[in-house]
Design a protein around this ligand. Structure first.
Ligand code: ZN
Ligand code: ZN
Length: 797
């Protein structure tokens, strides 16, 4: 008689599961086939769990529980990506220490995550700001350094004047800082860069080996931006020393159409040629303006600007013509060679620029239309020695005679220096005598010092630079006075390897043991947000490849399957934001209807494997709650036997729902459970059948399933039960045969599972070729359905 008291039920079972350490991960899986490493991107400890976190963790938990029930040894860990700017900014604002702020948020969020009832093994927790973790981040950095992949160099960087730190291109959104929204400036600074570009080809080519959705692979390929083409060199005429401008082009067939050359404003040659540039002050003003713009602004599709370098020409290597040279900010120094040959007749951007500056437009590729620019391929004209050749043939021959085959990438090296306190210290030491030297591995971790007050000054340095006790140290090489590097690592370095640590998070002697890595890696399934496609996901693949090359990990790809999940929108269909007042806080909803309802509602909202946008629907939540109240009431209706309908319904469910789980269609899976319940609640069902239903339901609503399992006389934890197999013999003999009649004549017989709805039968009947041919072109006047027996169409004519 008592009603479904979710609060009491959820609290009771969470306690019992914890007491029994029910979700402890196997140390090593029984066999490689039995292991399933299920990963979801770990959260930043912002201090409050939002609906997005629930969608990330609670719905993935449904999958984890299913995999466990079918007999997999599941590693399903959780942790915190806990270094980073927001903690530091919030701490400065509130006058707190970032560490205190971060760790109290973590404690609070652990409580919130526990309220989901997930099967997380908390002994596997990883927190990136723990010295036990960042010791290994530093150790890995040193291995990269020793392999020659780390450079300390003057770099052109994005600088956020408000956060007072360098940002990677990946951390800009439309030219502004993604953290604070400030306009970003350009600066030259000494930076630590990791040479991800050396892995560009492998990062593209190895995508063939992973089972990822094509759109994610494509996004990574575009980001890396590999293009094949040709280098040409244009010698500067009449200069006091031989100087060549090297350009990259993907269209060597248009070589004879070059009428000017453009350099990036920051190209080193511009300074080198200065003595011969007669309009230097104009040039200098233009360079300064370009320096204020971000790469994105410079590439935006707007009117092209530039300045001609008066007094400078280059000689075309084939025609010997004298060609003018410009600087323009649409050319970026770090892409290709930082210089382009301009072919206005055959390139949109060059055409626009040539018209603006009244430059020669020379057509060298024929096409049927006279319109310029013509950017397609065709046969060559005005190209001495190559006239009449196709673009394809000419490209090879011109490259052979005048150029050099080349591949360029848009991907740039990974700038990892951050001038902030709350991050992993870079384990390097600067000595006047020895230069920059690594900290001895035996001295790791270089601990972040406790600082009473974190203060950002305008000197472009990390607050660590003002902590002289910490900065002053001795040189590991000569023993003389030296000082520590004060930049900290970008948090994307912290998160680039955390999945490997999950395999063995308590290990004090290694980042993870070989046995643990062999047992658990690679990640079988990785669920995350689409915003990480060209950032975290690319860095993690790169880092894992280097680790593999160093002999540290067993494979060269860390993630076999990847799924970008969708976004939960506010009830108004807009992205949730405080300013719009449409944020759904999960805690009060859980309080009101229970974690099981919230988990299941989020699963029901749409297919988890497709990155759609789903508005939060309060009525949908109520619908799930009502359904669970009906399930709860079933405990008073258990009979001694199953009716035929019950037997068919449960076995149909057991047979079909596996596919829904495996395809991440937790929404249709829950519909199937509802269909089964619709049947059995009107019929007779046994304790055994009820138990089977509960094991299926346990993935979605583990507290409710466990409570009913105990209430209906089953013993032990339902978590330990095996997912039941369908009794195929029941299904084979008991399918329902429905005659499909047209104007009174039986034309076909459909075999359906019991419980198939009239709508579904109608759809299937119309798709049946034997029926379709009789209905083709006819207007249906009437449809008659007799339950489980007959569907009859009456047509006109
Ligand atoms: Zn900022
Ligand atoms: Zn030294």
């Amino acid at each position: 008689m008592n009603s479904y008291d979710h609060k009491a039920i959820e609290a009771k079972w969470q306690q019992q599961w914890a007491d029994a350490n029910l979700f402890k991960t196997a140390t090593v899986p029984r066999t490689p086939e039995d292991k399933m490493y299920l990963l979801t991107e770990f959260p930043y400890p912002s201090g409050n769990l939002h609906v997005g976190h629930w969608y990330a963790f609670a719905v993935t938990d449904i999958f984890a529980r299913y995999l466990h029930h079918i007999g997999k040894d599941v590693l399903f860990p959780v942790g915190f990506d806990s270094f980073g700017l927001p903690a530091e900014n919030a701490a400065i604002k509130r006058g707190l220490n970032p560490k205190d702020w971060t760790y109290s948020n973590i404690d609070y969020m652990i409580g919130q995550i526990k309220s989901m009832g997930g099967m997380f093994d908390w002994d596997k927790k990883v927190v990136t700001s723990d010295p036990e973790y960042y010791k290994w981040t530093q150790w890995l950095f040193l291995q990269f350094y020793k392999k020659g992949l780390v450079k300390h160099e003057k770099t052109h960087v994005n600088w956020c004047p408000s956060c007072k730190t360098v940002l990677a291109n990946e951390q800009l959104e439309g030219g502004v800082c993604e953290r604070c929204g400030s306009a970003v400036e350009q600066k030259e600074m000494m930076q630590w860069n990791i040479e991800i570009t050396k892995y560009a080809d492998r990062l593209i080519d190895d995508l063939d080996a992973v089972k990822w959705p094509e759109h994610i692979k494509e996004a990574q390929k575009n980001w890396i931006g590999r293009s094949s083409g040709t280098f040409f060199e244009f010698p500067v005429s009449d200069f006091n020393a031989p100087v060549n401008i090297k350009v990259f082009t993907t269209r060597p067939d248009t070589f004879y159409g070059v009428t000017y050359v453009v350099l990036a404003p920051e190209h080193p040659l511009v300074q080198k040629l200065r003595s011969q540039i007669s309009n230097w002050s104009d040039v200098e003003t233009y360079i300064q303006k370009a320096n204020q713009k971000t790469d994105l602004e410079r590439q935006a599709n707007k009117e092209k600007t530039g300045v001609r370098l008066n007094g400078i020409t280059v000689t075309h290597p084939a025609t010997q013509e004298q060609i003018p040279v410009f600087i323009s900010d649409y050319v970026l120094a770090q892409y290709g060679t930082g210089a382009v040959m301009a072919v206005p007749a055959h390139d949109e951007r060059d055409y626009e620029f040539a018209n603006k500056f009244d430059l020669e437009i020379k057509r060298v590729i024929l096409s049927e239309s006279d319109t310029l620019p013509f950017t397609g391929k065709g046969s060559l004209v005005l190209s001495t020695g190559f006239d009449g050749l196709s673009s394809q043939e000419a490209a090879d021959k011109i490259t052979e005679k005048f150029g050099q085959k080349a591949t360029t990438y848009k991907l740039q090296d990974w700038s990892v220096s951050r001038q902030r306190y709350w991050g992993c210290p870079i384990p390097m030491i600067h000595c006047e005598k020895c230069g920059t030297v690594p900290v001895a591995e035996s001295d790791l971790p270089v601990r972040l010092p406790e600082m009473a007050k974190i203060e950002m000054r305008d000197d472009g340095k990390s607050p660590l630079a003002h902590n002289t006790d910490w900065v002053n140290t001795t040189c590991p090489t000569c023993g003389g006075a030296a000082h520590r590097e004060t930049d900290t690592l970008d948090t994307f370095v912290d998160s680039s390897w955390y999945y490997a640590r999950y395999a063995d998070p308590l290990n004090e002697n290694e980042f993870a043991s070989k046995a643990a890595l062999d047992a658990w890696m690679p990640v079988d399934f990785y669920s995350g947000g689409s915003e990480h496609t060209t950032r975290h996901l690319l860095y993690a693949r790169f880092v894992y490849k280097v680790m593999h090359d160093l002999g540290l990990v067993p494979q060269s790809e860390p993630f076999i399957r990847r799924n970008n999940r969708g976004l939960i929108l506010g009830p108004d269909g807009e992205k949730m934001s405080k300013s719009k007042g449409n944020v759904i806080e999960p805690d009060p909803v859980v309080e009101m209807v229970g974690a099981d309802v919230v988990r299941s509602y989020l699963a029901f909202i749409g297919p988890y494997g497709e990155a759609g946008n789903y508005p939060w629907d309060p009525n949908g939540v109520v619908g799930i709650r009502r359904f669970f109240e009906r399930v709860y009431a079933l405990r008073d209706k258990i009979a001694t036997r199953d009716s035929v309908e019950t037997s068919l319904a449960i076995n149909t469910l057991l047979k079909n729902i596996r596919t829904d789980f495996e395809q991440l269609k937790f929404n249709t899976g829950l519909s199937k459970i509802m269909i089964c319940v619709n049947t059995i609640e009107k019929s007779e069902f046994s304790k055994h059948t009820f138990g089977q239903l509960l094991i299926v339901l346990n993935s979605y609503a583990p507290h409710l399933a466990q409570e009913l399992w105990a209430e209906s006389g089953h013993t032990g934890f339902i978590h330990n039960e095996t997912f039941p197999m369908a009794d195929e013999s029941v299904l084979a003999h008991q399918s329902i045969k429905i005659a499909i009649q047209i104007n009174g004549k039986t034309r076909s017989v459909l075999e359906c599972e019991p419980g198939t709805t009239r709508d579904e039968i109608t759809v299937r009947a119309k798709a049946d070729p034997e029926v379709a041919k009789w209905l083709e072109g006819k207007e249906i006047l009437k449809e008659v359905y007799v339950d489980n027996r007959l569907l009859s169409f009456v047509t006109k004519g």
